[in-house]
Design a binder for this molecule. Structure first.
Ligand code: IPE
Ligand code: IPE
Ligand code: MG
Length: 233
């Protein structure tokens, strides 16, 4: 078996379908999905994977019905409060990417509390993509660079891929080696478009609330068999 990934990114999809299949409200699926997050964090720690980045709420998800959005934000708040002691115990360092100031005040505050409290933990860096859209992130970076250039502080020829990457929310993080998407859809849905340039993709029909260590191992096994060529031969 080949090397294991240092950084796994996951598109946690299928909470709604999970609930639908059981005749339950979508909120029940989101709740189960929250439990899967803790399971996968534990599984990554057990397998020595140091970086995990989860797509929890996209820019486009703001367009869902207000009840669902409010329910998701309440759940996020609860998750951030309830899991803080666990994160401290397990050595999880929490980070977040996305337009965080779009989050409701209470979520934004709790998020910052968790980020601040866990900042010295080093077993696993857990990054939540919240109000996150990759095109928006890239656009923000371009605007920042254009401003600097206009002010005469930046020469356009100094903009290299590395320099550009350093303007993204993921600054300082390695690119994901493996992207997992649950629930079978074969698309990126505006997730980490720049950062996933050379990631290995793995899609499972398993719905996110049912995802756990077993599915993670299947992904890791497949990843271990891949030959990453980066355009070379
Ligand atoms: C993923 O599950 C969670 C979020 C996008 C917040 P969905 O809510 O997208 O579930 P499906 O795709 O409708 O099954
Ligand atoms: C992607 O799932 C976003 C998250 C998992 C947070 P969606 O369910 O929003 O994506 P689409 O609509 O199927 O592309
Ligand atoms: Mg979905």
């Amino acid at each position: 078996m080949g090397a294991s990934p240092q950084h796994i990114a996951i598109i946690m999809d299928g909470n709604g379908r999970w609930a639908n299949q059981r005749g339950l409200p979508r909120a029940a699926g989101h709740k189960k999905g929250g439990e899967a997050v803790s399971r996968v964090v534990d599984a990554c720690i057990k397998r020595g994977i140091p970086w995990l980045t989860l797509y929890a709420f996209s820019t486009e998800n703001w367009g869902r019905p207000p009840e669902e959005v409010q329910g998701l934000m309440r759940m996020l708040n609860r998750f951030l409060k309830q899991t803080l002691p666990e994160m401290m115990e397990k050595g999880v360092q929490l980070r977040a990417i996305g337009e965080l100031d779009m989050l409701p005040d209470s979520c934004y505050k709790q998020l910052n509390v968790d980020i601040e409290k866990t900042r010295h933990n080093s077993t696993l860096v857990l990054t939540l993509a919240l109000s996150y859209g990759s095109r928006q992130e890239i656009t923000r970076a371009a605007q920042k660079l254009a401003r600097l250039a206009l002010e005469g502080e930046l020469n356009p020829s100094d903009i290299t891929p590395e320099f550009f990457a350093a303007q993204l929310d993921t600054v300082g993080m390695p690119d994901p080696d493996l992207l997992i998407r649950t629930s079978g859809e074969m698309r990126l849905s505006n997730y980490l478009l720049w950062q996933l340039s050379y990631a290995e993709l793995w899609v499972t029909p398993v719905l996110w609330p049912d995802f756990g260590g077993e599915e993670l191992d299947a992904a890791l096994e497949d990843y271990g068999r891949r030959q990453r060529r980066y355009g070379k031969r």
